[in-house]
Design a protein around this ligand. Structure first.
Ligand SMILES: [Cu+2]
Length: 164
């Protein structure tokens, strides 16, 4: 019997289309919110301040990035964090993989790939800038053939699936 919300939306037909969109985004936001922290989806749907939306509109992304060491990590993460909308970036030196959380209303995955590539590092989708690569410290001039985006059980240099 608690349909008061629905009745309210039926009152004005002009508002219907807008309402549908609002309901949709509220549902999406609620779903996202539930995965991270319960009951945090109050009335923040209308305000879109950057700080407020931090925990409701973030998209997680993870992809391979080549690199060698802690210095590489700093450069790669700095490049990713330099993209507007990126909330966090964490590159794993062993897995050659970065985990990123970003606001997809402000940027997209490709922009992040490009920013990292511009800093000299190869990603799964974009080859690193050779100019920037040359300027990297010697220890950071990683092997362009190295495997990236490795899972824990797949660290070896396996060339067994050569099909030539
Ligand atoms: Cu390095």
């Amino acid at each position: 019997m608690n349909f008061s919300k629905k009745n309210h939306e039926h009152k004005n037909e002009n508002v219907m289309n807008v309402s549908k969109k609002v309901i949709l985004s509220v549902a999406v936001i609620a779903a996202l919110g539930l995965t991270s922290c319960k009951n945090e989806t109050k009335k923040e749907t209308e305000s879109s301040t950057t700080e407020m939306s931090k925990e409701i509109a973030m998209t997680d992304l993870s992809f391979g990035v080549r690199g060698n060491c802690g210095m590489c990590k700093k450069t790669i993460e700095k490049a990713a964090n330099g993209v507007e909308g990126v909330a966090s970036a964490n590159w794993d030196v062993d897995k050659k993989k970065i985990d990123i959380s970003f606001d997809d209303t402000k940027t997209d995955a490709m922009a992040i790939h490009k920013a990292i590539a511009a800093s000299g590092y190869d990603t799964e989708k974009v080859a690193g800038s050779e100019e920037a690569y040359k300027d990297l410290p010697g220890c950071c001039q990683y092997d362009h053939d190295m495997m990236m985006n490795q899972s824990d059980d797949k660290k070896s240099d396996d060339h067994s699936d050569h099909d030539i």
